[in-house]
Design a protein around this ligand. Structure first.
Ligand code: K2U
Ligand code: ZN
Length: 167
C-alpha cells in the first residue's frame, strides 16, 4: 500500500468530474487501500479519489472514534435528503480552513462496496455531512465553493502563498 499525494486547492484537477467505475477489479481495490492509508495518515475522516488525482467515483470514509470502521462507496448516489444542518467543515485539500456549510441532516445513499456488492445506507449528522462533502468532490466541487466570493478569494490567496513558500 502507499500514501498518495493530496491535491491542494485551487488546483484545477479538483474541478474534474469523476467517471463511474465500470469494473471493480484488483486495481480499484488497490486504489481503495491506498486511499484508506492516505486518509488515516492525514488524518481525515473521508477522502474522495478526485483528491488524489484519480477521477473515478470512489470514496473512503471512517467517522468512528476507534478509526477501524472503513466505509467504501463506489459509484454512490444519494436517493433521499431530509432536513438541514450547518456544521463547520474542513478539507484535506484546503488545510487549516474551517467554515460552516449547509447540508441535508439525513440522507439515504446507494453504492457498491469494494467487492462490487450493491448496498444502501441511511446516514445523519457527521456521517451525512462527510458523504455529501465527498460526493461533492466527485462532482468536481470543493466546500469553499459554497462560501462568499470574498472568503473564497482570501482562502485562494492564502493557499497560493503557502504553496509558493513550500515550493
Ligand atoms: O474531503 C476531505 O478532505 C475529507 C474531510 C472530510 C470532512 C469534511 C467535512 C466535515 C467532516 C469531514 C476531512 O476529513 S477534513 C478533516 C476533518 C477531520 C475530522 C473532522 C472534521 C474534519
Ligand atoms: Zn474535502
Amino acid at each position: 500500500m502507499a500514501r498518495l499525494p493530496i491535491l491542494r486547492y485551487p488546483d484545477s484537477r479538483l474541478y474534474k468530474k469523476a467517471s463511474p467505475v465500470k469494473e471493480i477489479d484488483a486495481h480499484i481495490r488497490m486504489l481503495v487501500a491506498n486511499m484508506a492509508e492516505t486518509m488515516y495518515a492525514a488524518p481525515g475522516i473521508g477522502l474522495a479519489a478526485t483528491q488524489v488525482d484519480i477521477h473515478k467515483q470512489v470514496i473512503v470514509i471512517d467517522v468512528s472514534e476507534t478509526r477501524d470502521q472503513l466505509l467504501v462507496l463506489i459509484n454512490p448516489e444519494i436517493t433521499e435528503r431530509e432536513g438541514i444542518q450547518n456544521i463547520d467543515e474542513g478539507c484535506l485539500s484546503v488545510p487549516d480552513v474551517y467554515e460552516p456549510v449547509e447540508r441535508a441532516q439525513r440522507i439515504a445513499v446507494s453504492a457498491l462496496d469494494a467487492q462490487g456488492k450493491a448496498f444502501s445506507l441511511g446516514a445523519e449528522d457527521l456521517l451525512a455531512v462527510c458523504i455529501q462533502h465527498e460526493m461533492d468532490h466527485l462532482e468536481g466541487k470543493v466546500f469553499v465553493d459554497y462560501l462568499s466570493r470574498l472568503k473564497r478569494t482570501r482562502i485562494r490567496a492564502k493557499m497560493l502563498k503557502q504553496q509558493k513558500k513550500s515550493a
